[in-house]
Design a protein around this ligand. Structure first.
Ligand SMILES: Cc1ncc(COP(=O)(O)O)c(C=O)c1O
Ligand SMILES: [Zn+2]
Length: 445
């Protein structure tokens, strides 16, 4: 079989020493062990033409093909990931005291998370390299995205996940026809195993030997934010952090748009969000440390549960370079964040989105974000599959009108369900507070 010629990117380049390598399934610099990243011929891209080409392109991440691997001439594996709504979040903004808050709603991607973007790129390149099977180590969303895109490409997928992953995510991955392997241990154990398996098997491992290409897909979130704001950069972007790749690549996307002249250069800040139960990047940022020390994850935000983040240090550099921060929220604020977004904006996110909203709230409360700062919060996954086990399954039934009136309107500052149920099945810190179990009728059968 003759393989297509990959003309984009022009090379892989070491992030540290800038040594160049051919566009192959390589990940690490032989000179200094730094990570390799795709390099583009930015001087050949004209900003005005780029914008025209984008605007005439498909309603997916592939509209930015000039700055993505697998550009023109490569047969894409495209389920329509990307070009998701940028929603003006007026009601959430009002609750948080923010005048211009936007939600980038990536919960509506084909398999319900932003991972569809990275996988669409990675499997496109894997197929161009001639790989006949794909695999990945996943905290859940990557598993779904890999399985869905492998199904579309008609190639087998083998997905490795931690044994305690949410059942709903495993079921979805299997529904796409992937083989799921549950590994004893956490994500970092899964990743270690996959790195060993990748040496032995001729598969494309999305986030191991395909990592330089995979991570590039995250840039499309940054491109879209700029395009949807009318080709300009916002003041601040708040990004959930697991490996740190997404946060790093949003910064890269903005730099590339400036370099080709598609947007005007201006100061912007990028901040990262983690949960206290797995906050190695936030810990290092807050303490001013010169390295990210691995932790053992213990968080309900399973999709962010990476204790030894590959791009953690670059995420810290992104925050420092741009004047942003990396913050963490306590575990009990995660479901509160999910609920706050759902009840103000009608967007039901998963725990990673809960972390983003909770950290956004903290950054605002600590005045790290000013009221007038135009801020974009990246909501990267859908709540349907993952969080349902964390919120009361059955809403309490109120038997009398008076009870209904007593519960509404909701307290502005404290009206957020925490997900911690009292004996009556109601949240312990919520607008239902003050009720006693007798006031709640039996749930309908
Ligand atoms: C929903 C969601 N948001 C954010 C992230 C963080 O991405 P990254 O690993 O690039 O930091 C992940 C990673 O799995 C995720 O699943
Ligand atoms: Zn190097």
């Amino acid at each position: 079989m003759r393989l297509p010629e990959i003309t984009n990117p022009v090379a892989l380049e070491c992030r540290e020493c800038h040594a160049r390598y051919p566009v192959e399934p390589l990940t690490i610099c032989e000179e200094c062990f730094g990570p390799l990243e795709p390099a583009y011929d930015l001087e050949a891209v004209d900003g005005v033409d780029f914008r025209k080409h984008v605007e005439a392109g498909p309603a997916s991440l592939w509209r930015y093909e000039a700055l993505l691997p697998g550009g023109p001439g490569i047969d894409r594996v495209d389920l329509g990931a990307g070009f998701t709504p940028l929603r003006l979040a007026e009601r959430l903004g009002e609750r948080l005291g923010m005048e211009r808050l936007w939600i980038k709603d990536d919960s509506v991607n084909p398999s319900n998370s932003f991972k569809d973007r990275v996988v669409s790129v990675a499997i496109t390149i894997a197929r161009a390299f001639g790989f006949e099977a794909v695999s990945c180590a996943s905290t859940g969303n990557l598993a779904n995205a890999t399985a869905a895109h492998a199904a579309k490409a008609g190639i087998p997928a083998f997905v490795f996940v931690p044994e305690d992953l949410e059942v709903a995510k495993i079921l979805a991955t299997e529904a796409y026809g992937a083989k799921v392997v549950a590994v004893k241990g956490n994500y970092d154990d899964v990743n270690r195993l996959c790195t060993e398996v990748a040496e032995a098997l001729p598969w494309a491992f999305i986030n191991v030997n395909m990592r330089p290409y995979y991570a590039e897909g995250s840039k499309s979130l940054g491109f879209e934010v700029a395009e949807q704001l009318g080709w300009r950069l916002p003041d601040h972007v708040v990004v959930p952090v697991a490996s740190g790749a997404l946060m790093t690549k949003v910064h890269r996307a903005f730099r590339e748009l400036v370099a080709v002249g598609a947007v005007e250069d201006r100061a912007y800040r990028i901040s990262g969000a983690q949960a206290e139960g797995c906050a190695p990047v936030a810990d290092a940022f807050r303490s001013g440390a010169s390295e990210v020390r691995p932790v053992k994850p213990d968080t309900i935000a399973k999709s962010l549960a990476i204790g030894n983040p590959a791009d953690g240090w670059y995420a810290i550099q992104t925050a420092r370079d741009t004047g942003g921060a990396v913050e963490a929220c306590p575990e009990d604020e995660i479901v509160a964040g999910v609920r706050l977004l759902a009840e103000t904006e009608g967007v039901f996110t998963e725990t990673a989105g809960g972390v983003t909203v909770a950290v956004l709230k903290r950054l605002r409360e600590s005045r790290a974000i000013a009221p007038e700062e135009e801020t974009v919060a990246l909501i990267t996954g859908n709540g349907g599959r993952a969080v349902l086990g964390r919120v009361p399954r059955r809403p309490p039934r109120l038997n009398r009108c008076a009870e209904l009136r007593r519960t509404a309107p909701r307290d502005e500052t404290d009206g957020v369900l925490t997900g911690r149920e009292g004996p009556c099945g109601r949240s312990s810190r919520s607008s239902w507070r003050g009720c006693s179990s007798q006031e709640v009728g039996p749930s309908p059968r």
